[in-house]
Design a protein. Structure first.
Length: 425
C-alpha cells in the first residue's frame, strides 16, 4: 500500500451523527466503563471547537441535542467499544434516564479555552469511583485514563514547546504529486473508497424517508423529484446536502468521515457521485477523483486544524471536491491550481457556528462555489496569484487558506462561543 493510500485508509472512519457529540459520548462512556454504582456527577470539559460543534447538534437515537445530552447518553448507554458510533444502541428508556440525569443537575459541561486543537476531559463520579478520561488531537485519541487518582493508562505526548515540528506527510507532496498518485495508483488499492459512497448513500436515503428533515425534501423537489436528474449541479446539491442534513439532525445512520468530520467526508465525495452518475462515467474515475478530493482536503486541514472558526467542510472539503471535478473532466494540474485560487477567493472565511442545520446551507454554498470554480478555471477564468490570499503556487494558496482559520480566526471563534453562551444565560 502506498503512503498516500494508507493516509486515506487510516483517516476514513464511519461516524454516527456529527463527530463532536459522538466524541463527547465516547469519552463519557469510556469513563463510565471504569466506574461502579449510581452516577453522582458527570462533568465534561472541552475546547471551543468541540463545544461549538456539538452545541445544538442532533444526537442519534434521540430527540435531544447538544453537549450535555451527548455526555448524559454516553454514561447511560454509550458503548465505548464502538468509538464514534458509541450511541448506536440507545433506547427510549435510555433517553428517559439521560433526561432525568440532566434535570437533576448531575451533568455539567464547560469550555476549556479557545483552540482548534481537539481536547475533551470527561469525569464520572460515583460513590465508590472517580474516573477521568482525557482525549487530545483527534476525536477518539485517549491520552490518559485516571481511576481513583491512579493513572491506569497514558500515551506519551510530544513536548510541543521543545520539539522540532515535523512536516505532516501530506505537506511533503505538491498538487502535481497528488494528481500523479491518483492517476497511477493501482485501482484495487483504492477500492475501499467505494465504502464511503455506500455509507453516505444509506445516510442520504434515511434523510429522504425522514419527516424530521426539511432541506432534503425541497432539494428533491428542485431536482425534479428524482435522485439523479439530468442536471448535475442540482443532483450534487441533493446528494451532498441531503446527506449533511440527515447527519446533523441525528438520524440513525453513519457518515463516512474524513479528517474527523462526517460533513467533510460527505462534501468531499457526494457531488463527485452526481458527476459520475449523470455523465455516465466509470467507477474507476470516480474512485480516483474521490482520492484526490480527500487528499486536497487533508492538505488544507493540516494547516487549519481539526476544529476551527471557519467551515472546513465547505472550504477544505469543498476545494478538494472542486479539484476532483476538474480531474473527472480531464482537466490539467494547472486548471486545478486555478480552481483552488477561485475557491480561496470566494468562500474562505465562511464561519463554522457548530454542527446544525446551518451546515446544509453552507454545503449548498460550497457545492455551488466548487462547480463554478471548476467551470470557470477550465474556461481560463480564475483569480490571479497576485490577488488576496492566493499564493504563487497551489500549495501556498492551500496553506494560506488554512492559516486564515488558525491562527487567523481565533478571535472569531471566541465571539461565536460568546454568542452561544449568551443564549443559555
Amino acid at each position: 500500500m502506498e503512503k498516500l493510500t494508507k493516509l486515506i485508509f487510516d483517516d476514513m472512519k464511519p461516524a454516527l451523527g456529527v463527530t463532536e457529540p459522538g466524541a463527547i459520548a465516547f469519552a463519557a462512556s469510556k469513563a463510565r466503563s471504569y466506574t461502579k454504582g449510581e452516577i453522582e456527577e458527570v462533568s465534561v470539559e472541552m475546547n471551543s471547537g468541540m463545544y461549538k460543534n456539538a452545541f445544538t447538534c442532533g444526537i442519534p437515537n434521540s430527540d435531544e441535542v447538544g453537549n450535555i445530552f451527548s455526555a448524559a447518553l454516553g454514561v447511560v448507554a454509550g458503548n465505548p467499544e464502538k468509538g464514534l458510533e458509541s450511541l448506536a444502541d440507545v433506547t427510549e428508556k435510555d433517553n428517559e434516564t439521560a433526561v432525568k440525569l440532566v434535570e437533576e443537575g448531575k451533568v455539567k459541561v464547560k469550555l476549556s479555552g479557545i483552540s482548534s486543537d481537539i481536547f475533551i476531559e470527561a469525569v464520572v463520579k460515583t460513590k465508590s469511583d472517580v474516573c477521568v478520561v482525557t482525549i487530545k488531537n483527534s476525536h477518539t485519541n485517549i491520552v490518559r485514563i485516571t481511576l481513583n487518582g491512579e493513572v491506569i493508562f497514558e500515551k506519551e505526548e510530544k513536548d510541543k514547546e521543545n520539539e522540532i515540528e515535523e512536516t505532516p506527510l501530506i505537506h511533503k507532496y505538491t498538487l502535481k504529486d497528488l494528481v500523479s498518485y491518483v492517476k497511477n495508483v493501482d485501482i484495487k488499492e483504492i477500492e475501499f473508497i467505494q465504502k464511503a459512497f455506500d455509507v453516505n448513500m444509506e445516510l442520504f436515503n434515511e434523510g429522504l424517508k425522514s419527516r424530521k428533515s426539511t432541506f432534503i425534501h425541497q432539494l428533491f423537489k428542485m431536482n425534479g423529484e428524482k435522485i439523479f436528474s439530468d442536471n448535475v449541479l442540482s443532483t450534487a446539491q441533493l446528494l451532498c446536502n441531503g446527506a449533511i442534513e440527515a447527519r446533523v439532525i441525528g438520524l440513525d445512520k453513519p457518515a463516512m468521515s474524513i479528517t474527523g468530520s462526517g460533513a467533510h467526508g460527505i462534501i468531499a465525495v457526494m457531488p463527485l457521485l452526481a458527476e459520475q452518475k449523470v455523465k455516465n462515467l466509470s467507477e474507476e474515475i470516480l474512485l480516483r477523483a474521490a482520492a484526490l478530493s480527500y487528499l486536497v482536503c487533508m492538505y488544507i486541514k493540516e494547516y487549519s486544524g481539526r476544529l476551527s472558526a471557519f467551515c472546513g467542510c465547505g472550504i477544505a472539503a469543498g476545494t478538494g471536491m472542486a479539484c476532483g471535478l476538474v480531474f473527472m473532466r480531464n482537466g490539467s494540474v494547472e486548471e486545478m491550481g486555478h480552481t483552488i485560487n477561485n475557491m480561496a477567493s470566494s468562500i474562505t472565511g465562511m464561519i463554522c457556528d457548530g454542527g446544525n442545520q446551518g451546515c446544509t446551507m453552507k454545503g449548498v454554498a460550497a457545492t455551488d462555489a466548487a462547480f463554478r470554480s471548476a467551470e470557470f478555471a477550465m474556461n481560463g477564468v480564475y483569480i490571479y496569484n497576485v490577488h488576496g490570499i492566493n499564493g504563487n503556487t497551489p500549495e501556498e494558496t492551500m496553506r494560506n487558506m488554512g492559516l486564515i482559520a488558525s491562527p487567523g480566526m481565533t478571535g472569531t471563534e471566541k465571539t461565536i462561543v460568546e454568542i452561544f453562551e449568551n443564549k443559555i444565560r
